[in-house]
Each structure stands twice: as C-alpha cells, then as structure tokens.
Design a protein around this ligand. Sequence first.
Ligand SMILES: Cc1cc2nc3c(=O)[nH]c(=O)nc-3n(C[C@H](O)[C@H](O)[C@H](O)COP(=O)(O)O)c2cc1C
Length: 183
Amino acid sequence: MPILVLYCTGHGSTADVAKHIASHIAEQMPPAECHDMHSFDVSTLNDYTAIVIGSAVHGAHWLPDATTFITANKAALTSKPLFAFSVGAPKALPKPISHRWQKWEDDHIYNNLQKLLDGRVVMHVVLGGKLDKEDVHCCSRWTCGLIKEGDYKDWEEIDKWADSVVIALKGQESPRRDFFTCT
Ligand SMILES: Cc1cc2nc3c(=O)[nH]c(=O)nc-3n(C[C@H](O)[C@H](O)[C@H](O)COP(=O)(O)O)c2cc1C
C-alpha cells in the first residue's frame, strides 16, 4: 500500500514541500502519493500504509481547514503511523529571536496536534516556506514590521526529515512498485 502525503496550503509553498517529501519518500519506499486535503477522497484513507500530513502556519497555528480535516478524520488518521509537518517562516524573523520562535512554534503546534490526535503523531517538524510580505495582513499578531520576506525552503532539511520518516517506517513491508503520483 502507498504512503500518503496530505497538505493544506495557503499560497503554494506547503504544496511544494509536500510534493518534495512524497517524491523523496517514494525514492526509498515506493509508492507514495501526494494530495491536497481539499480534493482528497477521505473514504480511501484506509488504503495507505502510513500518513504524512502538513499545513501552512498562520498565527502559530495550522490553517483552520487543516485542523477541521484532522478533527473530522481522526479515527482513520490515528489508525496508521502518522507524521506531521508545518510550513512556516520563522527564519523571516530577526536572527536573535528566529531560533527561539521556531522551537516554541514547533512545541506549540506539536502539543496541539497531539491533543487533537490522541498523542498518535510519531514526529513533527517546522520547515521553512516562502513569505511574501503582501500576504501578511498588517497588524496580524505575527510580528508585522519585523519580518523579512523571502524563500526559506531548505531542500536538504526537507530531505533529512523525509529520511527520518523512512527510517521510522523501516521494517514495515511495502510492495516495491516504482511510481509517484501527485494531485
Ligand atoms: C497571514 C500569515 C500569517 C503567518 N503566520 C506565521 C506564523 O505564525 N509562524 C510562521 O512560522 N509563519 C507564519 N507565516 C508564514 C507562512 O507560514 C509561510 O509563508 C508559509 O510558507 C506559507 O505556506 P503556504 O505558501 O503554503 O501558504 C504567516 C504567513 C501569513 C500569510
């Protein structure tokens, strides 16, 4: 059975990260599929070996649609090995605070996910995305005026995290079919 990567994106970078994770996993444990959770047929959730699920971060939280999705599909999601990633832009903050913010955000989102998913998330990470200043409405609690726009995606870091998902899943039998599908 394939490994499923699901994502919820606001402006596209979470989709890019999710597709990269899926193709990297597929190189080592094929097959893998990658889908936008909005167009995903949830009745097929049981057809996967493991699930990797991710969302863009706004205001230190997953997008509301992503939270709604995991709440609505908790039973199916928690019946599989479950991994989560968040795509944010902590590196857009000034250096002295960006590292501490990323650590705080990682813990904060992880704890929220564990509450919603009965502690079944095996691993969580905050990965860098892309920030365009015009997408952040000023006066958002999230540091308006301090942030620096840019593309903070780090493909090596993304590959490393995808590798750790593969390591965690090793030992599970999966049919070796060489394909990778994405919608
Ligand atoms: C309104 C808004 C609020 C944001 N809040 C946060 C935040 O709290 N923490 C963070 O790390 N990144 C934050 N970001 C940055 C986004 O998470 C980042 O740009 C990410 O790449 C967005 O993914 P997407 O392109 O899939 O929407 C925010 C971006 C926007 C537009």
